[in-house]
Design a protein around this ligand. Structure first.
Ligand SMILES: [Zn+2]
Length: 206
């Protein structure tokens, strides 16, 4: 999916996103990570999986792949220009490895995506693992769901980009952390303070 540059392209991208979503709500991409997907597909998998598509999506899981459709879904919090390319490289290699290494069963007989064979292959063949996970753990509220064998982005928390945090610090003097609860009382106080300033300024003019 390419980044829309006109109104017509935006509508086309929306229609495509809805058709592709199949239940998950797709987001209009702020950045196009197709070149990164094509790069790792060629470099690490000799392009042998044919057309692999991707989208940013409203979901809990950090990333996942539909094996039949060869379609990768990325959590919408990654839909941002400050996410380093290596995070996408690492994620795409991980998801493409799922096409190569089939799921197995764990000792309790439950389906297991990340089998010992998968983990060994990933350690050996994903050179972006350390940087990628380093950035993710530093910047996102993540939780490993042991039962579902997947990593989730903690809901009801929002991630603030460095530019957003700088803006708030400059405007209000408040230094926010990298991720805040959507209903963070600090944000509420800040909103109340900003509204008060706006109201007082208006009152002053009249
Ligand atoms: Zn996985």
């Amino acid at each position: 999916m390419r980044v829309p540059r006109s109104r017509a392209e935006l509508h086309r991208a929306l229609a495509f996103a809805r058709a592709e979503a199949g239940g998950a709500q797709a987001c209009i991409p702020l950045r196009d990570v197709t070149p990164l997907l094509e790069e790792v597909h060629a470099e690490y998998f000799q392009r042998r999986f044919g057309d692999v598509t991707w989208q940013f999506s409203v979901q809990r899981s950090l990333a996942n792949i539909n094996r039949d459709a060869r379609h990768i879904r990325l959590h919408f919090t990654l839909n941002s220009h400050d996410v380093p390319d290596d995070v996408f490289r690492m994620t795409f290699i991980h998801e493409l490895l799922h096409l190569e290494i089939p799921p197995g069963l764990d000792d309790r007989g439950f389906p297991e995506q990340h089998t010992p064979a998968f983990r060994t292959a990933e350690k050996a063949r994903n050179p972006h693992r350390t940087e990628g996970w380093g950035w993710l753990n530093d910047n996102l509220p993540l939780k490993h769901q042991k039962f579902f064998d997947c990593t989730e982005v903690v809901p009801r928390k929002i991630r603030l980009t460095p530019a957003q945090r700088d803006w708030v610090a400059e405007a209000t003097g408040i230094h926010l952390s990298r991720s805040v609860r959507c209903d963070d009382p600090l944000l509420r106080t800040q909103h109340a303070a900003l509204w008060l300033i706006v109201l007082l300024a208006r009152h002053h003019k009249e």
